[in-house]
Design a protein around this ligand. Structure first.
Ligand code: NDP
Ligand code: HSE
Length: 413
C-alpha cells in the first residue's frame, strides 16, 4: 500500500505533539485516507538535543535535505518567527507539497501569498492551528458559516494570558510565577512578550478577520494592549465587584469600516467569557442567520494544537480546496453605526478623591480609588486627559447590578 509522507518542521511543543499523534492515531488516519501516514523527516535547529524520534526518521537542521526527499506529500510547519518558515513553505508549495502551519505570526504576515501560490500549484494550505489552539474555529467559519453575514467576532485568543489571569486570581500567584508555569506547560511563545503584550492575539485576530470579513483593518489602527498592566490589586478589586479580567480580541464592521481591538476588558457573570478559565480560549461569532454562537476549548498546548494540525492533515490529503478560504472579496456584513454618545460601563482605578462630574454615573464603588462608572468614551477620555484616574477598563456585555454594598448603588455624584 502506498504511503503519505510527512515532514515536521520543528520538534517543540507542537511538532512533538503532531509526531506522537500521527503514531497514536495511525489506524484512524489510515482508515480515513486509505494510506498509512509516515513521518519521513523532522527539521530542528539543535542537533545535539536528545529526542524521542524513531531511527528511520531523517533528523536534520538543513531544510534542503527535506526538500530533496524522493517523496514528500505534506509539510507541517511548527517553528517560530516569520523567516525562515515563510521561505520554507513557499519552496514546499513550489515542489507540490501540501503545507500545514501553526505559526500565526508568519501566517498573519504571509498567509495570502501562500494561499495564492498554493492555488497556482494545486496544493492546499491548512492553518487551523494558527488560531485558538484546538478549537476548530477556522473550519467552522469557512465551512459552516459561508452564507451567514458575520457582524462581530469576539474572542479570548491567547491561552497564556488567560492562564496567567486565572492563576493570579484563583491562586494569588504573581504575574512572573504564573508566566513561568505557562512556559513550563508549553503554552507560551518562544518569546512570551508575544503573549503578554498582545501580539499573538493580534495576529490571530487578523487571520480571523480575513476569514470572517474577507479583509483586515489597517494594522496600525488596531488598538493592541496586553495584560502587563493588570496587577493583583486590580484583579482583586474587580473580583469584589463580581467582575473578571479577560484579554479580549474583537472585530466588527463599524460605519462600513473594519474596526478591531485586542486588549484587556472585564466581564460579569452573565457574559459567555466569564467562565473561560486557565488555558481555555473562546470565540463568539455574531451573524445574521444563526445569531450568536460561542466556541470554547483549549487554546494552547501539545495535544490540543496537534488535534488542529491532524484534522488539517486529513483535510489537505483529501484534497479539500482550503485555498478558497481566505476570501479575497469582502462579503457584505452587517455594519454597525458609530454611536459616540452611548454610555458604557467602565471599571476605573486610581480615581482622584472627591472627583465630581454630574454627567458620569457612579454605579458602584469598591474603594475610594476603584469604581464602576457609566460614561461615554468621550467622557472617559476627558477624565484620563485631566489625569483624574490612573487606568480604566471596559466592562463588556449587560452589566449585572449584583453588588455587595447596597448603599453605593447607582448614585449620580
Ligand atoms: P517551541 O519553542 O516549543 O519549538 C520550536 C521548535 O522549532 C524547536 O524544535 C526548534 O528547534 C525548532 N526551530 C526553531 N527555529 C528553527 C529554525 N530556524 N530552523 C529549524 N528549526 C527551528 O515552539 P512551539 O512548538 O510552542 O511553537 C511552534 C509554533 O507553533 C510557533 O509558531 C507557535 O506560535 C505555534 N503554536 C504554538 C502553540 C503552543 O501551544 N505552544 C499552539 C499553537 C501554535 P530546537 O528543538 O532544535 O530548538
Ligand atoms: N502562545 C499561544 C497561546 C499558543 O498562549 O495562546 C497558542 O497559539
Amino acid at each position: 500500500m502506498s504511503v503519505i509522507k510527512v515532514a515536521i518542521l520543528g520538534f517543540g511543543t507542537v511538532g512533538e505533539g503532531v509526531y506522537k499523534t500521527i503514531q497514536s492515531h495511525a489506524e484512524e488516519l489510515e482508515g480515513l485516507l486509505g494510506k498509512k501516514v509516515v513521518v519521513a523527516a523532522v527539521l530542528i535547529r539543535n542537533k545535539q538535543k536528545k529526542r524521542n524520534i524513531d531511527n528511520d526518521v531523517l533528523i536534520t537542521s538543513d531544510f534542503n535535505e527535506i526538500l530533496s526527499l524522493p517523496q514528500l506529500d505534506v509539510i507541517v510547519e511548527a517553528i517560530v518567527d516569520k523567516e525562515p518558515p515563510y521561505t520554507f513553505l513557499k519552496q514546499a508549495i513550489q515542489k507540490g507539497c501540501h503545507v500545514i502551519t501553526a505559526n500565526k505570526e508568519m501566517f498573519a504576515h504571509h498567509g495570502n501569498e501562500l494561499l495564492m501560490l498554493a492555488e497556482k500549484h494545486h496544493v492546499s494550505v491548512g492553518y487551523e492551528a494558527t488560531v485558538a489552539g484546538g478549537i476548530p474555529v477556522i473550519q467552522t467559519l469557512r465551512q459552516l458559516l459561508n452564507v451567514n453575514r458575520v457582524s462581530h467576532v469576539q474572542g479570548i485568543l491567547n491561552g497564556t494570558s488567560n492562564f496567567i489571569l486565572t492563576e493570579m486570581r484563583e491562586k494569588k500567584q504573581s504575574f512572573a510565577s504564573a508566566l513561568s508555569l505557562a512556559q513550563a506547560k508549553g503554552f507560551a511563545e518562544a518569546d512570551p512578550t508575544n503573549d503578554v503584550e498582545g501580539y499573538d492575539a493580534f495576529y490571530k485576530t487578523m487571520i480571523l478577520s480575513r476569514i470572517a470579513f474577507g479583509d483586515e483593518p489597517n494594522w496600525e489602527d488596531v488598538e493592541r494592549e496586553g495584560i502587563t498592566s493588570i496587577s493583583s490589586e486590580l484583579i482583586e478589586a474587580a473580583e469584589r465587584l463580581n467582575l473578571r479580567f479577560k484579554h479580549i480580541a474583537s472585530i466588527s464592521k463599524v460605519g462600513g469600516q473594519l474596526k478591531a481591538a485586542v486588549k484587556p476588558a472585564l466581564v460579569g457573570k452573565s457574559h459567555p467569557f466569564y467562565s473561560i478559565e486557565g488555558v481555555e480560549n473562546a470565540v463568539n461569532v455574531q451573524s445574521d442567520i444563526v445569531g450568536s454562537i460561542t466556541l470554547q476549548g483549549p487554546g494552547a498546548g501539545m495535544f490540543p494544537t496537534a488535534s488542529a494540525v491532524i484534522e488539517d492533515l486529513v483535510f489537505v490529503c483529501q484534497d479539500q480546496p482550503t485555498n478558497k478560504n481566505f476570501k479575497l472579496t469582502t462579503t457584505p456584513a452587517f455594519s454597525k453605526e458609530i454611536q459616540e454618545d452611548v454610555k458604557e460601563f467602565w471599571l476605573i482605578h486610581g480615581l482622584s478623591k472627591n472627583y465630581r462630574n454630574p454627567s458620569i454615573v457612579f454605579v458602584s464603588k469598591d474603594t475610594e480609588e476603584t469604581a464602576i462608572i457609566q460614561a461615554t468614551r468621550e467622557e472617559i477620555d476627558t477624565l484620563m486627559n485631566q489625569q483624574k484616574a490612573r487606568c480604566y477598563f471596559q466592562i463588556l456585555g449587560e452589566h449585572e447590578r449584583a453588588y455587595k454594598n447596597d448603599d453605593v448603588t447607582i448614585a449620580v455624584l
